[in-house]
Design a protein around this ligand. Structure first.
Ligand code: NAD
Length: 486
């Protein structure tokens, strides 16, 4: 599939309808797979935002009152509708995003599953009865929707990131106005037909794909009660400045390490590290960005990683079922990889595999899977999230040194450790400064029930995406106190 079906949605989704933007402008969506313009989409303006906010605020009041059992039914129907269209949505997403179709299918299935999961979670969002020091009072807590959320998402998992907020948001009685990036809006817009089919009330969800400045307009809009953001830490920091005291759930960058200790199952570690370094072209917030290996098993690890990567990674057309690495999504990511690898060569690191853009493809966004050994802590590959298909290898003197290197980072999303020792596993779980620590699988592993997010004090943001925890973050804890005495 290199062209779009004629019925592809390219207008804004506003107040239950597909409409042209008030700006009258259009912007092109260029496929990283082919380099061709695949769609021209409507550009939203302030008038569209004002209208979306007004409609959302009205719709939210009724949606909240509808009650959780009815809301859960609608969420289940959305999940069903997405499941029915997995293949179509996946192919659309691959064309605009660049990831292999099998990965897009996994994303879309997970999105459907999230609507089902959060429908069920919402039915069990319990409050508590609290003992009071005043014998004439009865106190209880309950969870109330925050109101109208402004949701801003990135391009790496277009439909899944939309769903990570919208499924728990709707299940708990909120309204959502979503701004996907304008370079990957098509799968999200197409999924709006699933929401319509499921009976989502008009105006409760709007989708206004736009650029950064439009995102800033959304954040500062007085009718937006709360911000849900998934994207880079640099953008997250700007958003927080604009959002002021609005409620926010911030899911930002990662620079995740895998630590391989002396007693690790090396083959398992090497396979997991390589897989997680190139999945989705390495454009994953919890991708393996740094591999820290104990010096005594360094050579065995490198040998195993090289053997596995050389025989396993296949770069090419993401619509070809034998390919597992498609093009990068955009020139910005590819240029960042170039910068990191130029510096690696300048500093004399060993580029053992790959090392640059691959020739002979329709665009120059096809990047060879790359392994670099001898990486220093001070380098770009180590200090910055590369967000591309690269495995940078650093060597540690001992376990303490491995921990020090892993934690010497301003981000703290997800990490992993490979060891056969229970006590070492516990030590690393407790001492690695990330929101989640995975033992004996890669830091690219996640689960829909996992509370996923950054560790406090680091620059990855706050709040949790996953399971019941998101429902807590997207609702207010409210208290009722009743005087029962005379
Ligand atoms: P980005 O920060 O450039 O853009 C993210 C979104 O923010 C886009 O929709 C963009 O248009 C919008 N935006 C840009 N400037 C804005 C502003 N001033 N105000 C409001 N909105 C603005 O990030 P990206 O390049 O699209 O995504 C990659 C980043 O996202 C990586 O750092 C990755 O680690 C992170 N990410 C994090 C998670 C997570 O769960 N923690 C998940 C996926 C991606």
């Amino acid at each position: 599939m290199t062209t779009l079906p004629a019925a592809t949605r390219t207008q804004l989704f506003l107040a239950g309808d597909f409409v042209n933007g008030s700006t009258g402008e259009q912007t092109d969506v260029v496929s990283p797979v082919t380099g061709q313009v695949i769609a021209s989409i409507a550009v939203p303006g302030q008038a569209d935002l004002d209208r979306a906010v007004e409609k959302a605020r009205t719709a939210q009041k009724a949606w909240r009152k509808l009650g959780v059992f009815e809301r859960a039914k609608v969420c289940h129907r959305i999940g069903d509708a997405i499941e029915h269209r997995v293949d179509e949505l996946a192919r659309l997403q691959t064309l605009e995003q660049g990831k292999p179709v099998a990965e897009s299918i996994a994303d879309i299935k997970e999105a459907a599953q999230l609507f089902h999961l959060h429908a069920e979670d919402a039915l069990r969002l319990y409050g508590e009865t609290l003992p009071s020091s005043d014998v004439d009072k009865r106190m209880f807590t309950y969870r109330a929707p925050v109101g109208t959320w402004g949701i801003i998402t990135p391009w790496n998992f277009p439909l899944l990131m939309f769903t990570e907020f919208v499924a728990p948001g709707l299940a708990t009685g909120n309204a959502c106005i979503v701004k996907p990036p304008s370079n990957t809006p098509l799968a999200v817009l197409a999924a709006m037909d699933c929401l319509l089919e499921a009976g989502v009330p008009d105006g409760l969800v709007s989708v206004l794909p736009g650029d950064g400045p439009f995102g800033a307009q959304l954040v500062s809009h007085p009718g937006i009660d709360a911000i849900g953001f998934i994207g880079s830490s640099a953008t997250g920091a700007k958003i927080v400045q604009t959002a002021g005291l609005k409620r926010s759930l911030m899911e930002c960058s990662g620079n995740g390490p895998i630590v391989v200790l002396e007693d690790a199952n090396i083959e398992r570690a090497a396979k997991a590290a390589v897989d997680s370094a190139f999945y989705c072209g390495g454009q994953v917030c919890c991708a393996t960005e740094r591999l820290i290996v104990h010096h005594r098993v360094h050579d065995a690890f490198v040998e195993s990683a090289l053997a596995y990567a050389s025989s396993h990674v296949v770069l090419g057309d993401p619509f070809d079922a034998s390919v597992n690495l498609g093009p990068l999504n955009n020139e910005g990511v590819a240029a960042k990889m170039d910068r990191h690898l130029d510096e690696a060569r300048r500093l004399g690191f060993d580029v053992l595999l790959g090392g640059g853009r691959a020739a002979g493809h329709p665009t120059d966004l096809y990047y060879d899977f790359t392994i670099v050994d001898g990486v220093s802590e001070a380098s770009l590959l180590s200090q910055e999230e590369s967000f591309g298909p690269v495995l940078p290898i650093l060597t540690a003197k001992d376990d303490d040194d491995a921990l020090r290197i892993a934690n010497a980072d301003r981000l703290g999303l997800q990490s992993a450790v490979f060891t056969e020792s229970l006590s070492k596993a516990y030590r690393f779980i407790e001492e690695l400064e990330t929101g989640q620590v995975i033992v004996n699988d890669s830091n690219g592993w996640w689960d829909i029930n996992m509370p996923f997010g950054g560790a406090g004090g680091k620059g990855t943001g706050w709040g949790r995406i996953g399971g019941m925890y998101t429902l807590h973050d997207m609702t207010d804890l409210r208290t009722g106190a009743i005087h029962v005495g005379s």
